[in-house]
Design a protein around this ligand. Structure first.
Ligand SMILES: *[C@@H]1O[C@H](CO)[C@@H](O)[C@H](O)[C@H]1NC(C)=O
Ligand SMILES: *[C@@H]1O[C@H](CO)[C@@H](O)[C@H](O)[C@H]1NC(C)=O
Ligand SMILES: *[C@@H]1O[C@H](CO)[C@@H](O)[C@H](O)[C@H]1NC(C)=O
Ligand SMILES: *[C@@H]1O[C@H](CO)[C@@H](O)[C@H](O)[C@H]1NC(C)=O
Ligand SMILES: *[C@@H]1O[C@H](CO)[C@@H](O)[C@H](O)[C@H]1NC(C)=O
Ligand SMILES: *[C@@H]1O[C@H](CO)[C@@H](O)[C@H](O)[C@H]1NC(C)=O
Ligand SMILES: *[C@@H]1O[C@H](CO)[C@@H](O)[C@H](O)[C@H]1NC(C)=O
Ligand SMILES: *[C@@H]1O[C@H](CO)[C@@H](O)[C@H](O)[C@H]1NC(C)=O
Length: 799
């Protein structure tokens, strides 16, 4: 009985709770307000519950006043924002419908960041209509202000785009602040998309190569009005009409200018809570201008999306921002005899033509460009009799398989060395190593061996780093108010670039964690197969409470890096107590299997390749990133081998970020693996990248000798390592070839390259210096080794 009574009370309680939640109103009178602290409650909710408005979090402690559609219990899609470029503090800010008829947003210090400026005393109510329009009505029931009149990046059905109004994209996916793309009616009455960036502005839709009529538009209707309706029909006064692929019905729809510059119509799939694209303005994403900056090339693939790269021989101006484009690493020569051209099939740069010539032979086009100092390249299309576009600046570059023309870049004749240095093109944000091959020169015959560097392309224009910087920026701005206890929030935003898996998905992918393929310092690694048949390695961390820190450390580090010698992460799972990381799977497992298990042997060339590759990966970690990364656990177990024996460093669970000044950090506990650990760990000296250099030295010796050098330490203490290093040094100094050869793994049966052997031993010996300042940097190691690299890396370019 008491039990029943209790449950009735409980139910009533729940019911009333539910009720207060559902009580959000669609209309309020003057004097109403909402404090930002109550951002979990909406200010207004439309009568049919589709739209809500209120404070929307855009970062740690930063809020905007927005209207959104809740697609499900978690996700919100913002369709309008009042203060998109001036968010307010998460404490003490307020939105109020004041007695003077103004809707006003105030920041914590009392300053008004946004207002409707409706100082009309007969304004009486503010309501959120079922259309998503926020309106202020006067006592007569007429609206005196409406949010439909000042669109942000989205048009809702029946929200008109009119003369003088602009739809402006967000800066990046998932953000609300203004970006560089707009949709507007131009002075010729045509609806257009324009990139209006810091350096150039350029119209890219409708096709700027055609005139209005060729594009199916008219310039004569000056009403300048475009509207979407609820059935998915978008009609513009310039004659442009488009209908959604799912025309009809009563879907919730929106037309949004996305941060990638594409205009898309979406309809909400209610059963899935997802937005389906029912039309987009540019089927080829790289037709959008300004995506990769000056001298950058945009490339699209369905799997990777949009990627940017610099032209070979160019490097990014700002490694965190493709808007700033790339700059050449050589200087152009005005002297025609000192220039030649490199051909890029399928590549073009839109605009900035010095001239335009039809019916011109390729040879004359070359001459045309050479004659003019300001010409830095030309596009040539062999349609009909040949069209020539000499250019004085390269913007809006793209690479597309069905582009009929070719681009020819003017470079100085003796520029190979400048173009070669692969190191300079590294980018620490979300990049994928990518080999770009240029065709042999068009002029002169001595250029057959043109060598091109690795070009690293950036996945998505605004990478994770920018997001992190934004979060950090806000944190600095607002830290007086509250210092975040955990930076996990920041990581979470960083994660948006990775796929998030559910535990169930990964359990299924690994067939309930059946096939173990390795054990890292922080967890067991299993083989898995994803839905798309991709084979992956899934690392499952053992104990969450203990390893939460390691999990985030690893994610944090791996989120910043991308290099061909560092293992790539595809996604992760953080669900209740489960923490899993999903990596690319390596065909050949880890180096230790090959070195120390008797049934497998690595060829000499493979060993050298591994030594060099690991050095490149570490050099990247130590020297190239915004914050330096110290791996702290370099050993053969953490070096995975791809099918072609290209090494990939894995397991960043112990990695540390270090300041760029190289001052190192202090630690009270030891990390890493005995045998590979530098003496400073035991001496409690500050830890710098030189600990990795030491461990690398051990690995290099093991590569040469084919047995565990590190084992000797455990049997006999540190002294033994010293003695083997001493042996190596003596042998090198003695120069006795037989003695040197005796150090090499017998399994190689004398098949090795003597010069490479000597340099590997030299480097190993210097890496193993007790005094860390005498050890080389990883950059120096790469330089030493690469000089003896006889692989013909670039053979592709000389065909
Ligand atoms: C929220 O949206 C993201 C990205 O669109 C999606 O991956 C996620 O599954 C959504 N969450 C829910 C609960 O639907
Ligand atoms: C309030 O703070 C904002 C941002 O911190 C600042 O720009 C503004 O000048 C301040 N206003 C007043 C009245 O202090
Ligand atoms: C406010 O005005 C709009 C447009 O005139 C009208 O559709 C709406 O019903 C009005 N709302 C109220 C609460 O009077
Ligand atoms: C101009 O465009 C408007 C809006 O689409 C349309 O109603 C009107 O009929 C057009 N005028 C002419 C002359 O086509
Ligand atoms: C919603 O999405 C699912 C999966 O993409 C699809 O099968 C279904 O037909 C969609 N529903 C509607 C109404 O479009
Ligand atoms: C261009 O370079 C060539 C070879 O160095 C030289 O002979 C010629 O005089 C130069 N021409 C001009 C215009 O400087
Ligand atoms: C180079 O081209 C520009 C633009 O067409 C022109 O103004 C200039 O005179 C040309 N210079 C020479 C040397 O032909
Ligand atoms: C253009 O794309 C093709 C195919 O992906 C690639 O082989 C080529 O290297 C790319 N060119 C440039 C300059 O990026």
């Amino acid at each position: 009985m008491a039990y029943m009574f209790f449950s009735v009370i409980l139910m009533q309680l729940l019911f009333s709770l539910h009720n207060t939640k559902a009580q959000a109103q669609f209309s309020l009178n003057k004097g109403s307000s909402l404090e930002v602290e109550r951002h979990d409650q909406p200010f207004l909710v439309s009568e049919d519950q589709t739209f809500s408005c209120g404070f929307y979090p855009i970062g740690k402690n930063a809020f905007t006043f927005s209207i959104w559609i809740s697609t499900n219990s978690i996700n919100k899609t913002v369709v309008w924002t009042a203060n998109r470029d001036s968010p307010v503090n998460g404490y003490g800010s307020q939105v109020s419908f004041r007695r003077d008829g103004n809707l006003v947003i105030r920041d914590v210090n009392g300053s008004v960041v946004w207002s409707t400026s409706t100082n009309s005393l007969d304004a009486s109510t503010i309501s959120l209509l079922n259309t998503g329009n926020l309106v202020i009505n006067n006592t007569k029931g007429n609206s005196v202000w409406q949010s439909f009149g000042s669109p942000t990046d989205t048009l809702l059905p029946y929200q008109p785009l009119t003369k003088g109004k602009k739809i402006i994209s967000a800066m990046a996916k998932g953000e609300v602040s203004s970006g560089y793309y707009s949709l507007y009616f131009d002075s010729d009455n045509v609806l257009k998309l324009i990139y209006d960036g810091p350096v150039i502005s350029s119209i890219y839709w409708p096709n700027p190569g055609n005139n209005a009529f060729q594009n199916g538009r008219t310039t004569y209707n000056s009403s300048r009005l475009a509207v979407l309706d609820e059935t998915g029909l978008f009609i513009s006064s310039d004659g442009f009409t488009v209908s959604a692929s799912d025309l009809g019905g009563s879907n919730i729809r929106r037309l949004t200018l996305d941060s990638d510059g594409n205009l898309r119509m979406y309809s909400l799939n209610k059963s899935h809570g997802s937005w389906d694209v029912s039309w987009e303005a540019l089927p080829k994403p790289c037709d959008v201008h300004g995506l990769c900056g000056q001298n950058g090339i945009c490339q699209y693939s369905p799997s990777q999306g949009i990627t940017c790269s610099c032209l070979p021989g160019y490097e990014m101006n700002n490694r965190n921002n493709w808007n700033e484009g790339c700059k050449p690493k050589f200087t152009y020569s005005c002297n025609a005899t000192k220039s030649h051209f490199v051909e890029f099939p399928q590549v073009d740069f839109y605009g900035f033509d010095l001239s335009y010539s039809q019916q011109i032979s390729f040879h004359d086009c070359v001459k045309l460009c050479l004659q003019n100092c300001t010409c830095i390249g030309f596009g040539y299309r062999l349609t009909g009799t040949g069209v020539c576009y000499p250019k004085n600046a390269l913007f809006n570059g793209f690479n597309s398989t069905n582009f009929p023309g070719r681009f020819y870049l003017r470079v100085p004749i003796h520029s190979n060395d400048l173009i070669l240095n692969s190191h300079d093109n590294l980018d620490c944000t979300n990049v994928t190593p990518h080999m770009v091959v240029g065709s042999p020169s068009m002029f002169g015959t001595s250029q057959n061996n043109t060598k091109w560097s690795y070009i690293f392309i950036f996945v998505g224009v605004f990478g994770a780093l920018e997001t992190v910087l934004l979060v950090i920026g806000w944190w600095y701005l607002l830290r007086d108010r509250e210092v975040p206890k955990s930076i996990e929030e920041g990581y979470k935003r960083l994660l948006s670039q990775f796929r998030r898996f559910t535990y169930g998905e990964l359990k299924e992918a690994t067939s309930n964690f059946k096939e173990e393929i390795g054990r890292g310092s922080s967890g067991v690694v299993y083989r898995g197969v994803l839905d798309d048949k991709r084979v992956v390695a899934v690392k499952k961390l053992n104990d969450v409470t203990q390893e939460e820190e390691e999990f985030w450390a690893e994610v944090n580090v791996i989120g910043r890096i991308n290099h061909m010698n560092l293992v790539r992460m595809f996604g992760l799972c953080s669900e209740r107590k489960h923490r899993l990381l999903v990596y690319e799977h390596m065909e050949n497992r880890s180096l230790d299997k090959f070195l120390f298990e008797n049934d497998m042997t690595l060829q000499w060339s493979q060993r050298f390749k591994i030594g060099l590759g690991v050095a490149k990966g570490l050099a990247y970690l130590h020297h190239e990133c915004l914050e330096w990364v110290i791996h702290c656990d370099v050993k053969p177990e953490n070096i995975l081998l791809a099918r072609d024996f290209e090494p990939k460093i894995a397991d960043f669970g112990l990695a540390k970020l270090s300041k760029r000044d190289g001052s190192g950090f202090n630690t009270s506990y030891m990390r890493g693996t005995t045998g590979y650990m530098a003496p400073e760990w035991a001496l409690h000296l500050p830890i710098t990248g030189k600990v990795d250099v030491y461990s690398y030295g051990v690995v290099l010796l093991e590569l040469v000798m084919g047995r565990r050098v590190s084992d000797w330490v455990s049997s006999d203490g540190e002294g033994r390592m010293r003695s083997i290093t001493g042996d190596v040094r003596r042998v090198l100094e003695g120069g006795d070839e037989l003695a040197i050869t005796s150090l090499v793994d017998v399994k190689l049966q004398g098949q090795f390259n003597n010069e490479q052997l000597v340099i590997m031993l030299r480097v190993a010996a210097s890496c193993l210096e007790e005094e860390r300042n005498r050890r080389p940097t990883m950059d120096e190691v790469v330089k030493d080794l690469i000089a003896f690299d006889e692989r013909d890396d670039y053979s592709l370019s000389s065909n």
